[in-house]
Design a protein around this ligand. Sequence first.
Ligand code: BF8
Length: 679
Amino acid sequence: MAEITKAVKDKAEEKAAKLADPIAASIDPATQQMIARAQQMGIDTVFDRAVQMKPCNIGIQGICCKNCAMGPCRLPLTKSISEGEDTRKGLCGATANTIAARNFARMVAAGAAAHSDHGRCVAEVFMSAARKESDAYKIKDTTKLLSVAAALGVATTVEVDGAVKDRNIDEIALEVGEIALNEWGKAEGELVYLKRAPQPLYEKWTKAGVKPRNIDREIVEIMHRTHMGVDQDYKNIVKQCTRASLADGWGGSMLATDLQDILFGTPYPLQAEANLGVMKQDHVNIIVHGHEPVLSEMIVAMAQRKEIIEYAKSKGAKGIQLGGICCTANEIFQRHGVPQAGTYLQQELAIITGACDAMVVDIQCVFQNLANVAKCFHTKLITTHPIAKMEQDNVVHIEFDEHHALEDAEKIVRLAIDNFQNRKGEVMIPQYKATAIGGFGVESIEYHLGGTFRGTYYTLNDNIINGRIRGIAGVVGCNNARTRHNEAHIAVVKELIKNDVIVLTTGCNGIACAMEGLLTPESAAVYCGPGLKEVCETVGIPPVLHMGSCVDNSRILLAATEVVKAGGLGKDICDLPAAGSAPEWMSEKAISIGQYFVSSGVYTVFGLHLPTSGAPVFHNYLSKELEKLYGGKWDLEADPIKHAHLMIAHIDKKRKELGIDKARDRVLMDMADRQKLEA
Ligand code: BF8
């Protein structure tokens, strides 16, 4: 007995001694500094936990089935299996393909649910604004309202006595809200926004029978099909993955983006800063973390009020400094220029500065360990969403409701201010931050690269055709503690822009690029190939355009559609010299995004690994066969340089197919040239 106790103790001590090497854990000096500080203070972070706990080698390959109580059934892939006949099966007989496809489908369902439930919450707040039930939320961007109304089939004019007049804005807003909310559960038909896609893509979806009927139904159907003993054909399961993912990209996420823009303003380029160095020692620091701008917008508004700033000063602070983590950071950065304090993997580190007076969280990507870290400091950790609470007793729950949103925001901000004087111990804010320009979207790209005069994507297309811009890449997604923080994000993006590929970024890749200084026009001279550099310098844009949060990947779908419409680059998204990437993905949302990019015609490369590798036939279906249906396909490459070159090779292949593989400039001819031609 004594021996067992000793062994357990030794194991615990050995585990405790195993800490992350800060330099190996992140490329970012601010992150390295905070990991080291946490270790000195005896506080564990995700980086240490990643060293101490290895992932399950079977789960990582997608071949563990725990969908019934006869299992979990684990079907490890051995060398002999991959080379010979695959006879693996679970107790019920489920093959590795069925199991991996079911697991993959459940990831799509969870990801689509997360984005779409976020969208639903925004739609409900939108309705309450349209009904004028809330003082806090108003219809802010009427231009966007009118364009969304048109996309949803809502009339924007009325005929009165034979004359056509503009319809009342409030009436339009109400109808937009009703139609939008109906998209989650309508009994018949298909999602309205599918028709925003290029016609050939819409026809592919029709032919394949994958047009989503309503958002909720497709997610529920995945849960049904993957229940024990239902769908046992991986191809049929993938078909439902496509339906649910399209319900996310062209449904829940797109509605979230549109309605957020109407309520809070469509982003236009603005400047801010990024990284933990944005926190200020002599200010009340409030970190807003999560996803729904419904919450963060109110905190931003409240923190700017004169009486609130005075209150902060009365407590000895010089002011209030807001900062964002995760996609909330992207939301308030793109609309207000609020600094981005950090990526997903930096959430614990913001508290470890000792200067975080409150961390306010809502939904998604929030570590439960924040509560344990907050316990070591004075930080108030405040949950705000009814569906996302924490069990730890040091967490304060202030439930946010659109009917009293400003009161809730005031309570939260005052709590943070009151907490300023409770700071204990030394504050250490890493002195690293970078300037970043964000706020690009479908509308602002049209303005910058097309001009209001033309009002199209003409200039962008022209520069792709003449070869100055080789192609377009959407690089998006998370950080993952199983790989060095930000290393692959930055390496992939730098390799792409070096090769004249313009990058559209969202999510934590957007924050990583901001921290690296890639979101500035000046970075073009340092990192870009000559063609992209010339375009960026002429137009005054960064080579990496920040398009917002993860739900805003819908902006990338619409931007790609605008490029198709502008002409000269094929008839469908799959014809474009374009590719997608998620170098450090980790969340189920990323899988849903990947699937809707692929099903919209985009060649999409993920880093790290995919939960499909244990079922090679299923993996091949995703990485080869889907292209025949939709023009897009999955790929996997962990090495960031090879990853970028897979994308570039695809872009070059598309350029060749379009007949634009040889760079050609438009030639200005004088009379002598013309006479030569005529001769
Ligand atoms: O939705 S990129 S780590 S923050 S999941 Fe999460 Fe991934 Fe960051 Fe936003 Ni998106």
